[in-house]
Ligand binder design. Sequence first.
Ligand code: ZN
Ligand code: ZN
Length: 443
Amino acid sequence: MAPKKGDFTELEKKIYDAVSQGKADEVKLLLKENTVKNVDFLDDTGMTPLQHAAFRGKRELCQLLLAHGADVNSTYHENGYTALMFAALSGNTETTRLMLEEGAKVDHVNSVGRTASQMAGFVGQHQCVSVINSYFSRENLKHYTVPQGLEKEPKLTADLEVALLKMINLSNLNPVKISLIIQDYTCVLEKSSNVVKVLDHLSEKYMKARETNDAMAMKTHYMAVIIKNAAKSYQEHKTLDNWIKRLVKGRDEDGFSEIQERLIRQMLREFPYGDSQLLQQLVRTLAAVKIGDSPSGLTVLTQGINGHRMTFDADDICGTCGELYAEKKCSACKMVRYCDARCQKLHWPTHKKMCSMLAEEYVRIEKFKKEEEEKEKAKKEEEEIQRKLSESKIQNGDDTAEAGDITTNGEGTTSSTESQDPSNTTKEVPETNSVPPVVESSS
Ligand SMILES: [Zn+2]
Ligand SMILES: [Zn+2]
């Protein structure tokens, strides 16, 4: 029997309201102070609190509810929508990814037969479509988490499994981002030969399957190459800092990282499946591009693997690791974004050479914006004056004779002056320079 819809208890109502308003702290407190056996109570439409949080793209809230046992695959919604569908509709890729990590079923369909991926595509949330379609589930690694044949131990321990899932599921293929994850999971470096074996095996599987998946074969090969390089540097220096710093280091003139470019081209040369169409296409494209010119190897690879154009020119992309939605800015120039202080610090040796130049450019851009706004304002004012002038000319022409009928004319003039007061037009001028969030630039 399906659970009841609507008709909340007092506590459920409180939780529901806090979730609807996106108040994670309040929900946290309510769940902490009360024994809530079931966080999957349904509203009139059959939606659970988790689904509401997902629809609002509130990752933290979703995480909280999931930690309290929320069912990621609840399907009591009147149109058969799941939490994954709601997350995908919200356009928030991190919330979407969270649902997948929590075991959301990707092939579930709603009441009109659409999957979450199809729904997201329908409303133009292409980033979410890409997250869902390229998601590599835990199931794919199961084979490696139990000893095979004569193995005494499985190739993947639990921590390696987590790290590998995270890496393979990245849609951001920037080698710095991948290396930062490796740095967070040093087990990958300590057991690099196991991890590389698993990745090579997966790559082969994707190429030899009845329906080959070049993109996944290439992606797993790429991860293996980065891990091999990182592990080598780690063995030599006992830290991964050197490797990451080398990757981030850009050319003096434009900050372009030649090492990343060479790494990606080398990786393509080492891809063992020469008949792969994707490989041939990437090699053809890059053969015509000189190192340092566009498109970069990373751009070409990302498009090839993710199957769509990535927004490399988005203005909220991290200058170090390429993550989207980077919220911090260099406080000195306000022209480069970063995920956090870690990314900013890594980039500083390269960025400091152009920070002051960018700061000047920022001032120029702001000045230009202001001038344009003032020009626009002056133009509007001029138009208003012209209009008033021509109107009063018409009025004057009408009663050239005497200043007699004040009543009729007077009325018209009053109302027109009121609506055409030039000072009214300034209201629409947007506020420039909203204060950006900053990180301190290290010196
Ligand atoms: Zn970053
Ligand atoms: Zn700067």
